[in-house]
Write a protein that binds this ligand. Structure first.
Ligand code: EPZ
Length: 421
């Protein structure tokens, strides 16, 4: 198994291109199931999670061509021959549940394995199921699968999510595009990935209003058509790379970065004393002062501070001047990076959903590993500010969500090497 070696090497200078969003692309790809006409996604990220979604769609009979080195995905569901998403693939990636709504809406039936537990929390899918039931789906949970049917087709409904869920909003939104009549989704997620999905569906002929607000209204249509859609920039990759100069010092321009995707995060960086400016090509992040100031964070649904940047922000707080309280409100078990950061000399106390981090002057490199994607990358960031070598194993977590991370960081002067094993 590969590992990554990071050697703390002082300030970073340079530019980093930001790829298309993993989590947007994982929702856009299943939209192909809503139509026989081709769907082309440009600016797709080249990641193992995208290959897993490709494998899942192919197992249903979808034709997927990865063009231009994988940056363009040409999808076609005209020869769909299965409605069953098998456990073998679903267990690898929870986003697989996103085929449920589209399969049901277009084909009137679906069998999708339940995803099971996850390293960062229980992550049930009850809200996905309840929203589809409100649209007339008949669901039967047996043998670890959701067996779903909509004999006369789905029908529009008003459904209020009891809590904000990105995935459940995406599933319901896709399903509603082909339901008979009007669907109103209340307390819907407002994440940029939802907005991107709505834009793509609209290009395919769907009638949608209100994306980006908590009420989305969808007028069902008889059929969707072909479309070409560019995947929105990855705000989590953006935030992660913005933290690299914040942690190591220096100045880095993130190409394709947009303030509206990361405003709450940028507000926090400002509190720490890190400067962010808009440029013609993206966002420039500069740390000029010796040490950043501690800042408290509470994770929330968009437009709040994203849970997917909490681990990386903690790495910054490990070397901040003062004490920061980080409260994780989205997932119940998302501090697995804390014990690894402790091994690098950090001072962190975790009580339930709250981590108290007292900054130290210097971290020390150590062998570390993590059990999820964002936790893994937080350890790479910490390594940039550590004395000596940090050896990160279980790199396959990183490859799920960061394209060529070692190259991108090396381009700014960081010493980051992949060791094949
Ligand atoms: C998406 O997961 C992202 N994944 C996650 O990114 C991200 O952390 C999360 O949204 C929150 O922003 C993808 O888009 C593929 P949720 P999702 O449904 O949709 C609870 C990463 O690192 N809930 O918004 O699964 C759930 O347990 C990943 O890239 C229910 O109770 O998240 C959680 O506490 C990790 N019942 C909260 O809602 C449900 O049916 C929010 O989860 C669904 C969710």
């Amino acid at each position: 198994m590969d590992s990554i070696v990071v050697t703390g090497n002082g300030p970073l200078e340079g530019e980093i291109p930001i790829a298309g969003a993993k989590n947007a692309c994982l929702a856009l790809m299943p939209a192909t199931l809503l139509t026989d006409a081709p769907l082309t996604l440009t600016n797709a990220p080249r990641l193992s999670d995208i290959r897993t979604m490709t494998a899942l769609l192919e197992s249903l009979g979808v034709e997927v061509a990865a063009l231009q080195g994988g940056q363009v995905l040409a999808l076609s569901s005209h020869a769909l021959d299965s409605e069953r998403a098998d456990y073998d693939i679903v267990r690898k990636m929870r986003a697989s549940i996103l085929v449920l709504g589209p399969l049901l809406a277009r084909h009137g039936r679906a069998e999708v394995s339940l995803p099971g537990g996850c390293a960062i929390g229980a992550r049930p899918v009850d809200l996905h199921l309840r929203a589809l039931e409100a649209m007339g789906a008949e669901l039967d949970l047996r043998d670890g699968y959701v067996h779903a049917r909509a004999p006369g087709g789905l029908r529009g409904a008003t459904f209020e999510f009891p809590l904000v869920s990105v995935g459940a909003t995406e599933n319901a939104l896709m399903a509603a595009t082909l339901a008979r009549g009007t669907t109103v989704l209340k307390n819907a997620a407002r994440e940029p990935e939802i907005v991107d999905l709505a834009h793509c569906l609209r290009r395919m002929g769907a009638r949608i209003e209100g994306e980006g607000t908590s009420t989305i209204t969808i007028e069902g249509v008889d059929a969707l058509d072909s479309a070409t859609h560019p995947v929105v920039a990855d705000r989590i990759e953006l935030g992660t790379f913005m933290l690299a100069p914040a942690i190591a010092g220096g100045s880095v321009e993130c190409l394709g970065g947009r303030l509206d995707l990361v405003q709450a995060f940028v507000d926090k960086l400002a509190e720490t004393g890190v400067e962010v400016t808009e440029t013609e090509r993206g966002l420039r992040v500069t740390r000029t002062n010796d040490r950043v100031r501690a800042a408290n964070v509470v994770t929330e649904p968009f437009p709040g501070f994203p849970t997917d940047l909490q681990a990386q922000f903690m790495a910054l707080m490990c070397i901040a001047d003062g004490t920061a309280v980080l409260e994780e409100r989205i997932f119940e078990n998302r501090f697995m990076h804390a014990p690894e950061l402790l091994r690098m000399g950090a001072q962190i106390e975790v009580h339930g959903g709250t981590a108290t981090v007292t900054g130290v002057e210097r971290l020390r490199g150590a062998p570390v590993m993590a059990t999820d994607l964002r936790a893994s990358v937080s350890l790479i960031l910490a390594g940039l500010a550590a004395e000596g070598e940090t050896l990160l194993s279980r790199v396959y977590h990183l490859d799920r969500g960061y394209e060529r991370i070692e190259e991108k960081l090396r381009g700014c002067g960081a010493r980051v090497e992949r060791v094949r094993g």
